[in-house]
Design a protein around this ligand. Sequence first.
Ligand code: GLA
Length: 382
Amino acid sequence: MKRLCLLCFTAFCLFSLGACQTERKAQTLMKPSTFGALADGREVHAYTLENSAGMSATFIDYGATITSLSVPDRDGVSRDVVLGYDSIDGYVNGSAYFGAVVGRYGNRIGKGRFLLDGKEYRLTINNGENHLHGGNIGFNKVLWDTAILEDSDTPAVRFQYVSRDGEEGYPGTVTLKVTYSLTDKNELRIDYEGVTDKITILNPTQHSYFNLSGNFNEKILDHRLMIEADSFTPVDSGLIPTGELLPVEGTPLDFRQSQPIGARIDDPFEQLALGKGYDHNWVLRNYTGPGQVFKAAELYEPDSGRLMTVYTDQPGLQFYSGNFLDGSAIGKNGIAYGLRSGLCLETQVFPDSPNKPDFPSATLKPGQVYRQTTICQFSTRD
Ligand code: GLA
């Protein structure tokens, strides 16, 4: 009898252990919490995804923003690798777009004007004489609706924003969904889906500032970057593309082989002077059309060994080396974010494409669905 009980007990333990392991493998935890409140009283919520490989990501519904991204280094020590704020006030008052989804049009539109079907539209001018990142109240400055998707093996958080006809000058009511998921392969996956009721333009992107060292007092100049691009779109003094594509060969914008970001950033090269560093759109060579995801870039931080590989289905990548950070933004843990303490890799249609017939188009018509998939995959290297 005793022996039978012992056998039953052992079997029960083994069964429970097995069940737990299956559950643990498939389960990614999610903990909604209150992040703060807006001036009008609406609450802002935070959602955390965790995987079984040591990564976690936190998002808020204000701006569909990534507020933290904890990634293991080569010794398995996880640290937050994205710039941001401790409280909602930082996001509401800040002007650097930390971690947010920017839109309706990520990046610049020259003079804030464009033609669609022969009609001219005028957008808010908020960057010199140009339009930048959706205007004064872009997608980064609004509260999105949230849905938690727990059905699949990889739970996700989905934010949705309805941008009304005429907002910041854009035609048509646009509904955009952005879905974040974190896989057990340490991939942060970002899926976008947008529709409109009138012809319009749509080009949202994710504006996280990465510093893979996890130490935001350090500049990103020792990070090594590789971009799968043979050419870039040169800009004028307002950072509007001239319309040409220039080969990267023989220029400090050549990242075909992995290079330390700081190696050539101060070279006497006109495009670097105009951008105050790197702030350009690279033409991704592996782009073949909508829905085809390919490798776009690799970012490596030698001290920690953290490596981020970016995959996307977009034609362009804006590499911005944090040239406008000047210590005035006080971020998480009271750290003042200094010049080049973070960098952005923004997957997109080229800047000012509505005024450049030869660039890939950002036009969206009723009945069409805008889609983008971008994946940031994390690993380590010795
Ligand atoms: C983008 C632009 C930069 C700058 C930042 C925000 O990356 O390309 O010029 O405006 O956003 O500061």
